[in-house]
Design a protein around this ligand. Structure first.
Ligand code: G3H
Length: 545
């Protein structure tokens, strides 16, 4: 059972209790920012980086382990980074945007090679900074590298398809995708490496220049990669921005020099930032935002599958996934059996430190999250719900560690029905009217994904048809998820703007542009001279192998 005393035994008593391969970084104080191809020393205030992992101090008080610090950049450095990106883009005439695609690919490959050399440090920092299990931290790194290679392949295919000319109504044209300009990339804390890179890499490889601001939690893990960015790309192509998001980012937007905003975070922040841009029609926004994905468990669902998928859907990485199942609608006929089996499975989850083998529930990085989750549970209980696994300590917390809670029966009067908890609390709603889960989705401000569990083809089909027009992915008998990364990752309403996938991200960070000429003999000859003389980076028929 989760008690304070027991929770204390989960945290390491001191560093000697941590296996050698997972030791925390020894005071990593980042004192530089990457601007215009240089690691520029930063003189100013620094943000201490606290791990969600706690250890007792000399007085026995549990304190979050201090990992190091990073610059609290100000507008001054942010503007220097912006100027560097603007100059490197040089109105589309910079070395990077005009560079042939094959060469840009070589730079990205070089970066990936350098990144792989720093894998161990990055994975360890990822684990320590956000409390993601060692296995999942490594998976995040590997998935990111795979994403980069898949992006390279997708770009080759895209570029090769664009290498032909199209003739129509007496006009000859070659259509290619060209960069947008300066892209500001901001990723979330829960997938700090992967989700930052799923926008940063496509933005870069398409010829944009980039400013990237690491998330508030998950900043130091980029430190080992700064040299790789510096050495693999021409100056000014990749620049970093640090500091308080609420101050530096709006100022960057107000300059009107950001051409594309790539943000994976909250819809409130995204909408405030977009409004800061003085020429909002010039801004391309690629956003992945709020979501509270539901699961619908039908009366004839295979209970084992439904429980297993809802369990990992709702509680993988402590429920801190944008795609997590954040509310479960269970038909009343199966509610007792489902809640019993689900609660039993939740109680078997291993609570511990991220380096432990097979660990499921780990400490939470976001400062006020445990108190916020307690507030949600108390509100639900005050309105008639129960914590089904209370006897096992469900919902109890000590410092950053929170035992997962199963809350039932949840209804529309409760905050847990509406708010995106982004943590280890699972609200379950019982329903008899099939309209209830559909109404939930209609009323919800977001519309990313949904999962349906059942075996009756008529019933499932009758839910698929309304739901595909309310969300962007209906999962049958499996949890909600982003992957495989070739699938479109998007959402309706406040869940997303634009689509991300290996292939579509390349389109998101580029625009179709073409060269056209009347199909006359003189023009044919002219175009042939340009092509055969290899005179243009854009107008060519090269094939990239
Ligand atoms: O946090 C949102 C992630 O994109 C989710 O990805 O479904 O693969 O965990 P995932």
């Amino acid at each position: 059972m989760f008690t304070e005393q027991w929770a204390k035994t989960r945290f390491p008593a001191d560093v000697s209790a941590i296996p050698a391969e997972f030791q925390p970084p020894s005071a990593l104080h980042q004192r530089v920012t990457l601007i215009n191809g240089e690691l520029v020393p930063f003189e100013g205030d620094y943000q201490p980086v606290l791990s969600p992992v706690c250890m007792p101090d000399a007085e026995g008080q549990y304190r979050q382990v201090i990992l190091g610090s990073y610059p609290i950049g100000t507008e001054a450095e942010a503007f220097l980074a912006l100027d560097a990106a603007v100059n490197a883009y040089q109105d589309g005439r910079g070395a990077w945007p005009v560079m042939p695609v094959a060469q840009r690919i070589t730079h990205v490959e070089d970066f990936t090679f350098r990144m792989l050399a720093r894998k161990k440090e990055v994975v360890n920092l990822l684990m320590w900074e956000i409390g993601k299990s060692a296995a999942d931290s490594e998976r995040e790194f590997d998935r990111t590298v795979e994403y980069i290679y898949a992006t390279i392949d997708a770009l080759k295919e895209l570029d090769n398809k664009s290498s032909r000319f199209i003739a129509a109504q007496g006009i000859l044209g070659q259509v290619r995708r060209a960069p947008l300009g300066v892209v500001l990339c901001m990723g979330p804390f829960n997938y700090p490496l992967n989700e930052t890179f799923t926008t940063l890499i496509p933005a870069l490889i398409m010829g944009n220049t980039v400013l990237f601001k690491p998330p508030k939690y998950g900043t130091l893990l980029f430190h080992p990669l700064l040299e790789a960015f510096r050495d693999a790309f021409p100056p000014g192509v990749v620049n970093t921005v640090y500091g308080r998001g609420a101050t530096v980012v709006p100022s960057l937007m107000e300059t009107g020099k950001i051409d594309a905003l790539a943000l994976i975070g909250s819809s409130r922040v995204a909408s405030e930032l977009k409004k800061k841009h003085p020429k909002v029609n010039r801004l391309r926004a690629v956003l992945s935002l709020d979501a509270k994905n539901a699961a619908i468990v039908l009366p004839d669902a295979d209970l084992d599958i439904a429980v297993q998928e809802c369990l990992s859907g709702s509680l993988s990485f402590n429920g801190q996934r944008c795609t997590a199942i954040k509310i479960i609608f269970v038909h009343a006929d199966i509610a007792a059996a489902f809640t019993a089996k689900f609660t039993e499975a939740v109680n078997l989850l291993k609570i511990g430190m991220p380096w432990e083998k097979g660990v499921n529930i780990t400490p939470l990085p976001v400062q006020d999250k445990p108190a916020y989750l307690t507030g949600l549970i108390e509100d639900a209980v005050a309105r008639g719900a129960q914590v089904l696994n209370q006897a096992a300590g469900g919902g109890q917390g000590f410092e950053t560690l929170v035992a997962p809670a199963v809350v039932y029966p949840v209804n529309t009067s409760m905050r847990l029905y509406h708010e995106e908890q982004f943590g280890p609390v699972v609200p379950i709603v019982s329903f008899t009217d099939f309209e209830d889960p559909i109404q939930y989705q209609i009323q919800a401000p977001h519309g990313m994904q949904i999962s349906i569990f059942g075996t009756d083809p008529d019933q499932i089909a009758s839910l698929i048809d309304p739901l595909v027009n309310l969300v962007c992915r209906v999962n049958i008998n499996c949890q909600c998820q982003r992957g495989p990364d070739i699938f479109p990752f998007t959402g309706r309403k406040d869940s997303a703007e634009g689509t991300l996938s290996v292939d579509t991200a390349l389109r998101a960070f580029s625009i179709r542009t073409m060269v056209a000429a009347k199909l006359t003999e003189a023009n044919k000859e002219l175009l042939n001279k340009i092509l055969h003389g290899n005179k243009s980076g854009f107008l060519n028929t090269h094939y990239i192998f």
